[in-house]
Design a protein around this ligand. Structure first.
Ligand SMILES: Cc1cc2nc3c(=O)[nH]c(=O)nc-3n(C[C@H](O)[C@H](O)[C@H](O)COP(=O)(O)O)c2cc1C
Length: 172
């Protein structure tokens, strides 16, 4: 049923997977590289499914596909860093976006550490060093609830944005 032809909005009660993905591609998101290190090994992946949950205590959520090669490392380490990418870091988004061996992903950038030991990316917009406090499985993904233990920011950096399956940038 067409609700408003001017806006090309199509209301459907039960959208299919592809329709959902196509609509979500219209939602601009920040691009992050989520990293971990510890007994489960060093690992990292690109994520757009990241959001603030509450500021009391400061908490983020990250959605991770359980079929990803990095899943076991995140499950075991229970520490991670949400590294929000700046505009010049598009190559990192591609490297950490799947299919590249882990050493090659990490070799492409410089890293430091905060409290948890998860790799903190240099040159990003912000980094949130986190402890995973709980998880929730839904469908193909696990939602990781992450209490923020430390933050780094660069207020001058322009942000990398993902929109319509392409990268662009926004800034001051
Ligand atoms: C822009 C972009 C956003 C992504 N967002 C997510 C995400 O939010 N959650 C997720 O599990 N995977 C996401 N992925 C895919 C993962 O980065 C990819 O599955 C991960 O690197 C594991 O790949 P591997 O199994 O080849 O190691 C995204 C990829 C790209 C390029």
């Amino acid at each position: 049923m067409v609700v408003d032809s001017n806006l090309s909005m199509l209301a459907q009660t039960r959208p299919e997977r592809d329709e959902f993905r196509t609509a979500m591609a219209r939602i601009a998101t920040a691009v992050h590289v989520i990293t971990t290190a510890g007994p489960g090994g060093r690992a990292g992946f690109t994520a757009s499914a990241v959001c603030s949950v509450t500021d009391t205590p400061p908490t983020l959520l990250v959605c991770l596909n359980r079929s990803a090669s990095v899943y076991d490392a995140f499950e075991e380490n229970k520490m991670l860093c949400v590294n929000s990418l700046s505009r010049s870091q598009e190559p990192l988004a591609n490297l950490f976006g799947g299919g590249t061996p882990m050493p090659e992903r990490f070799a492409a950038a410089s890293w430091s550490r905060l409290a948890t030991g998860a790799p903190v990316l240099e040159g990003g917009v912000a980094a949130f060093d986190c402890r995973v406090t709980s998880t929730f499985d839904i469908g193909t993904h696990t939602v990781l609830f992450c209490q923020v233990e430390g933050i780094l920011r660069d207020d001058q950096a322009e942000a990398l944005i993902y929109f319509e399956r392409r990268y662009c940038a926004v800034g001051n």
